[in-house]
Design a protein around this ligand. Structure first.
Ligand code: KG4
Ligand code: ZN
Length: 346
């Protein structure tokens, strides 16, 4: 019999629900993006985000259930992102899921958000099985993770300072681009010269698999100051050149490290995950370089890269196989290591 899971995701600025079958097929996926609520502040305001989740979660769950054409009695479990993320936002989702589990008698499965991003690949590539290497690049993470089995993750590299998405967002803000910074910076970069400005790359050439993007963000700020010291604001073409050069430097570092990790740890498949994986420059550059290196590259479609609940339902299926249920004492966790997820949260 098929296992159908209703999954809920509220860790940041998207309220999402989805119904996923056997960890591989999204029967429905509903997402409410809060972008319009946060735009005037230039970034996510946690209090506003939490309140909006509380308001929207009910209708979004209804939309996901209607989209799948199912009743609660057709489900095997309710899954929810329990961390890491913004604590108030997580609590909104976890509380709702606990209420739903109580009302329906369904068991509850807590899901690690980053594991969910990785699991998006199980929906996008139904034949995919571990082992593979995953480059997870989101607002909170830039990690190189070896997925050796469905429950066996090893952290090979991580962010020493800003995460990739955070660096995109900060660079975009410095350039005066609107929130959300990542996609706006990508748009601005389209007409720019990626070699116009030299970015620091020494750290990224080093023999380890960690990332450091704060130097690149500082280089953006310096380029802006240089123009201002000459008593003028940046022209549109200068903004485009800085954006393109910054984007290229970040993308080169992500490609160098992840392909080097494939060779060093003998993985022949590299999967992309996380919001920054929606960046076309990253997708195209990595596709080209992976082909050259003889590595199979898997890139989920954009809607499975940015936050969604289908990916949470996919990961929940594999968590369920190993008995990863929680009871009503389940709590949200702002921080939670990916390789420290063991059965119940307690
Ligand atoms: O995975 P995600 O939706 O949420 C987190 O778990 O953080 O990732 C959001 C991050 C933001 O920093 C956003 O600016 C970045 O992903 N992002 C992009 C693009 N689309 C989203 N960064 C660069 N280029 C994009 N096209
Ligand atoms: Zn995310």
């Amino acid at each position: 019999m098929s296992v159908r899971i209703l999954a809920i995701e509220t860790s940041c600025d998207e309220t999402a629900a989805a119904v996923v079958e056997d960890g591989r097929r999204a029967l429905s996926s509903a997402v409410f993006s809060q972008i319009d609520l946060h735009r005037i502040y230039g970034g996510v305001v946690p209090e506003i985000a939490s309140r909006s989740h509380v308001e929207k979660i009910g209708p979004i769950v209804e939309e996901a259930m209607a989209g799948a054409g199912l009743d609660f009695s057709d489900l095997s479990a309710v899954a929810v992102t329990a961390g890491p993320g913004l604590i108030g936002c997580l609590i909104a989702g976890v509380s709702y899921a606990k209420g739903l589990a109580l009302a329906t008698g369904l068991p509850i499965i807590p899901v690690h958000h980053t594991r969910g991003h990785i699991a998006a690949n199980y929906i996008a590539h139904q034949e995919l099985e571990p082992p593979f290497l995953c480059l997870v690049v989101s607002g909170g993470h830039s990690s190189i993770i070896g997925v050796d089995n469905y429950d066996d993750y090893r952290s090979i590299g991580g962010a020493r300072d800003d995460a990739a998405g955070e660096a995109f967002d900060k660079a975009a803000r410095a350039l005066g681009l609107p929130y959300p910074g990542g996609p706006e910076l990508e748009k601005a970069a389209r007409s720019g010269d990626p070699h116009a400005i030299k970015f620091p790359s020494a750290f990224n050439a080093a023999e380890h698999f960690d990332f450091s993007f704060s130097g690149m963000k500082t280089a953006v700020v310096n380029a802006i100051h240089n123009a201002r010291q000459k008593g003028r604001e940046l022209s549109q073409s200068e903004v485009a050149d800085i954006a393109a050069s910054f984007q290229q430097a970040v993308v080169d570092a992500l490609c160098d490290k992840s392909l080097r990790a494939c060779a060093a740890f003998k993985y022949d498949t590299l999967a992309l995950a996380g919001g920054v994986a929606a960046n076309s420059c990253l997708r195209e550059t990595l596709a080209h370089r992976a082909r050259e290196a003889g590595i199979r590259l898997l890139s989920p479609p954009m809607n499975l890269c940015t936050d969604n609940a289908a990916m949470i339902g996919a990961e929940a299926y594999f968590a369920m196989q190993r008995g990863g249920f929680a009871d009503m004492s389940l709590n949200a966790r702002a921080s939670w290591k990916i390789d420290a997820v063991k059965l119940n949260l307690g």
